[in-house]
Design a protein around this ligand. Structure first.
Ligand SMILES: [Zn+2]
Ligand SMILES: [Zn+2]
Length: 294
C-alpha cells in the first residue's frame, strides 16, 4: 500500500506538471494537488506516531486540526533541525547526516488557505482587476507553495521521533481523554495540553518518574464558616463568573481588584493564574482577581 508520503510526492509531481504546462486554467489543478500534498504530508507525520497519535483526533481531516494534535503530542514535529555525528576520528565539525524540514501551523495556514482561493471561480471584484496581473499573481503564489513542498519532500531526515512518551488521564471532570506528550531525554520540565478539553499541565521529570500539575487556581472559600481550599480551572476565573464551593455550596463571584502597587490588600485574598501548587499571591499581579460571596 502506498504511504501518505508517496501520495504527497505524486501530488507534487502532478502539480509541477500542471504548473509547467503554462496554461492558466490548469493552475487550479495544480492548486488542488498541492492541497492534497499538504494534507497527506501532515497525515504521514501523524501516522509515524502509530498508536501514540491521539485516538480523539483520528477522524480529523483538516490538516490544521491534525497538526495541532501533533504539536501537542510532540512539539518537535514542527521544528526544522539537522543531525551531525562527531567522533575524534572524523574531521572537525563531524559529518552532517542531513536536515529535517517540517510543517508548522503558520505554513499550513498560509499555503493551504491561499490555495483554497484558487479553487473557486473569480469573484465579481476579481473580474474587474487586470486579468494578466491576476494570473501572474496566482502563478507566483502557486509556484511559491510548489517550491516550499518540494523542499520539504527533499529533506533527508523524515519523520524522526526522539524522546519517549509520558501519558496520564486528563483531570478535568467528564473529559476522559488520555494526555500524551513526548519529552526529550534531558528535559526536566515541559508543558502539556489536553487535545480534547485544552486543560494545561506542567510535567516535572525526575529520572524515570514524572509528576503532573494541572494549571489553575487554588483558592480558599471566602465563606467564613467554610474557608476550605478548592481548585478552579483557569477559564472559570473570569470577572463576573460565579463559582460554587463544592464544600459548602455557597456561590462566589469573581470581580476586579484595584490594588495598591505595594503592600497587601486589607481583608481580602487575591489569587493569580498558575499551576496547581501555586498558593494565593499578593495583589501585585496583573491577573489579580478577588472573590466575593454572592
Ligand atoms: Zn481533557
Ligand atoms: Zn466553601
Amino acid at each position: 500500500m502506498k504511504s501518505f508520503r508517496d501520495e504527497a510526492v505524486e501530488s507534487v509531481t502532478r502539480a509541477r506538471a500542471e504548473f509547467n504546462s503554462g496554461e492558466s486554467h490548469r493552475l487550479r489543478y495544480a492548486a488542488l494537488e498541492l492541497r492534497f500534498a499538504i494534507e497527506t504530508l501532515v497525515y504521514d507525520r501523524a501516522h509515524s506516531y502509530g498508536d501514540d497519535f491521539p485516538e480523539a483526533e483520528r477522524l480529523a481531516w483538516q490538516p490544521q486540526q491534525v497538526l495541532r494534535a501533533l504539536v501537542l503530542l510532540d512539539p518537535m514535529t514542527s521544528e526544522d533541525f539537522s543531525i551531525c555525528i562527531e567522533h575524534e576520528s572524523l574531521p572537525e565539525g563531524g559529518i552532517n547526516l542531513g536536515k529535517a524540514k517540517s510543517l508548522t501551523m503558520r505554513h499550513v495556514n498560509t499555503h493551504y488557505h491561499r490555495l483554497g482561493n484558487f479553487l473557486h471561480s473569480e469573484t465579481l471584484k476579481q473580474r474587474t482587476q487586470d486579468s494578466e496581473e491576476r494570473s501572474a499573481q496566482v502563478r507566483s503564489r502557486i509556484e511559491g507553495t510548489l517550491e516550499f513542498l518540494e523542499e520539504r519532500l527533499d529533506a533527508q531526515i523524515i519523520n524522526m521521533i526522539a524522546g519517549s512518551a509520558v501519558d496520564f488521564p486528563c483531570e478535568r471532570p467528564g473529559c476522559g481523554n488520555t494526555v500524551r506528550r513526548f519529552v526529550p531525554e534531558s528535559a526536566e520540565e515541559v508543558w502539556a495540553e489536553c487535545v480534547v478539553c485544552n486543560a494545561r499541565y506542567r510535567i516535572l521529570l525526575r529520572e524515570r518518574e514524572f509528576e503532573v500539575r494541572r494549571e489553575g487556581v487554588r483558592i480558599d472559600c471566602p465563606n467564613p464558616q467554610c474557608g476550605r481550599e478548592e481548585f478552579v480551572w483557569p477559564e472559570k476565573v473570569e470577572i463576573g463568573n460565579l463559582w460554587t464551593c463544592t464544600h459548602c455550596n455557597e456561590e462566589v463571584k469573581f470581580f476586579h481588584v484595584i490594588a495598591r502597587p505595594k503592600g497587601p490588600l486589607a481583608n481580602t485574598d487575591t489569587f493569580s493564574l498558575g499551576f496547581d501548587e501555586l498558593k494565593p499571591e499578593t495583589a501585585n499581579n496583573s491577573k489579580a482577581v478577588q472573590t466575593e460571596m454572592k
